[in-house]
Design a protein. Structure first.
Length: 145
């Protein structure tokens, strides 16, 4: 690999500026530790500074009261994609997001609608086959900037 190339993943809009910790209702048998996420046996979820996520998915707009729930939800689904959490925990991850959205002031109707839609459409996001591909951008010393 040339030093003039970069590797990256597409599809992210936000990047966490500081570590974020929350206690959730998922308690793994052993602590889970990845580069950006830790979930301990007591349900403490740590999402580290630098974690990137795409915000709320679907035909929706990103609002202040949707960001924290989408962050936690994306981190939990990532742990499922990576095989650290069982896919059967999808429903619980959706409930956790719903509770956070309500805590953050999202209306009950909107939060319930989003939770319902997650149940219908988000299975692919938890599937290990849905990992983001690593792309390579070669340096072209002849291109004009």
């Amino acid at each position: 690999m040339s030093r003039d190339q970069i590797k990256y993943r597409e599809g992210y809009k936000y990047q966490l500026a500081e570590d974020y910790t929350i206690q959730i209702s998922i308690y793994p048998i052993v602590e889970i530790e990845t580069e950006f996420i830790r979930l301990d046996r007591d349900g403490y979820l740590l999402i580290r500074r630098g974690y990137a996520w795409d915000g709320p998915s679907g035909p929706t707009c990103d609002t202040v009261n949707s960001m924290r729930g989408s962050l936690v939800h994306d981190a939990l689904y990532q742990l499922m994609r990576q095989g650290h959490l069982l896919p059967e925990l999808r429903d619980e991850a959706d409930v956790i997001a719903y509770k956070i959205w309500r805590e953050d002031g999202m209306g009950a109707f909107r939060a319930a609608l989003w939770k319902r839609e997650l149940g219908k459409w988000a299975a692919n996001a938890a599937d290990p086959r849905s990992k983001k591909k690593v792309l390579v951008a070669p340096h072209n010393k002849y291109s004009k900037s």
